[in-house]
Design a protein around this ligand. Structure first.
Ligand SMILES: [Zn+2]
Length: 377
């Protein structure tokens, strides 16, 4: 998920909003206004709306502090944190490196809910100082705002500690299993399975509440459950995928007998005799026995069909000097990350300055399929 509105940086971490956040912010302020109006009908409209907006802003700050806590612990533990994005269902810290050990994962995961809990207790404490009689309702706007913020932060802390990976509680669970078994992959698979179980409970409970109680909060719960199910499923899949790549280098996976085409061929011949015939997407372009560039269907599409006969492959190819390349001793997982971050499908591989082969996404996928097949008995 990428931020569409950039808010700036805190401690070098860029903070941004996803569009979906605005819908939720609007709904929160709307329901807050409704809440304040019901609890204290004697308030004027102006007071109700200002209280709702101030509460909404402080809630946003509290969410951000929760996410910052995750990110700052991650960074203190040596991980790279790029950005925090707030979206409809809360915040997301984009942490670029893998967690180094179970202890780091544990502290990183628990820092968020811990921050929310401290904030919740803090808001209730200030409400008490501002004249809130515990157990009773307060009639002053300041106390009403503080109470709502206190309870919502405590709820946030509790909700996030539900042990469904990738919720914070699920990450804590994963860290604990990891610490006991010393097997990070198994820990993720187990935590993701618990996450799927929790997600199903959310969905069923939410739908039940929606259909039996005609309660829209139920629909919301079902929606969160569905999101969680999707997230835990894809983390499960990712681990299985990564397990096959772990410890492998680009040299172990890349293709050495990559498809080639002569640079002086016309695009028409290239399309008819190579591209369509082979089912391959990327060809290395040869000039005088040397690989000088690459060509894919994308480069061909940039030329009008009538001009394919007169246009040579080498005139539209992407020269190697302009293509992102990779060395043969790079870890395969890192290569995959580079491809997905830059949205590219293949990387020419070099070893000691010499062109050695090509690593492509489809090839990695085939490698993993065969790897998985061999694992099965
Ligand atoms: Zn969190």
């Amino acid at each position: 998920m990428h931020a569409q509105v950039k808010l700036g940086r805190i401690a070098g971490i860029s903070i941004g909003l996803h569009y979906s956040w605005f819908i939720i912010a609007f709904l929160i302020v709307l329901s807050l206004a409704d809440h304040f109006h019901t609890v204290t009908p004697e308030w004027s409209k102006a007071v109700v709306w200002s209280a709702a907006i101030v509460t909404g802003v402080l809630f946003f700050v509290a969410l951000l502090l929760h996410e910052l806590a995750h990110s700052l612990v991650a960074r203190a533990r040596g991980m790279r944190v790029r950005a925090i994005t707030l979206f409809a269902l809360g915040g997301l810290s984009q942490i670029e490196s893998e967690t180094p050990d179970a202890k780091s994962e544990f502290w990183m995961a628990i820092a968020g809910p811990l921050t929310s809990a401290i904030l919740g207790i803090g808001f209730l404490g200030i409400a008490r100082l501002a004249g809130w009689p515990p157990g009773g309702e307060s009639k002053t706007p300041v106390v009403a705002v503080l109470l709502w913020l206190g309870y919502i932060n405590l709820m946030l802390a509790i909700f996030n500690m539900i042990p469904g990976y990738p919720l914070d509680g699920g990450r804590v669970l994963r860290a604990v299993i990891w610490g006991i078994t010393h097997d990070a992959d198994r820990a993720t698979l187990l935590a993701a399975q618990v996450g799927q179980g929790v997600a199903f409970v959310f969905i069923l409970l939410g739908l039940y509440r929606f259909f039996v109680g005609a309660n829209f909060g139920g629909l919301w719960l079902a929606f969160i459950g569905w999101f969680l199910l999707d997230a835990s499923r894809s983390s499960y899949f990712e681990v299985e995928l990564m397990a096959g790549l772990r410890g492998r280098r680009v040299a172990d996976i890349m293709e050495r007998d990559y498809p080639t085409v002569e640079g002086h061929f016309s695009l028409q011949d290239f399309v008819n005799e190579y591209l369509l015939r082979s089912g391959r997407r990327c060809f290395m372009v040869m000039q005088n026995g040397q690989v000088t560039g690459l060509i894919t269907a994308n480069e061909v599409k940039g030329v009008d069909r009538e001009r394919w006969e007169q246009t040579s492959v080498q005139s539209v190819m992407r020269p190697l000097s302009q293509v992102r390349t990779i060395t043969a001793d790079t870890p395969a997982i890192q290569a995959l990350e580079i491809m997905s971050r830059n949205d590219i499908n293949q990387l020419p591989v070099f070893a000691n300055g010499r062109f050695e082969g090509v690593l492509s996404r489809s090839h990695i996928l085939r490698y993993l399929q065969i790897h998985a097949e061999l694992q099965r008995r």
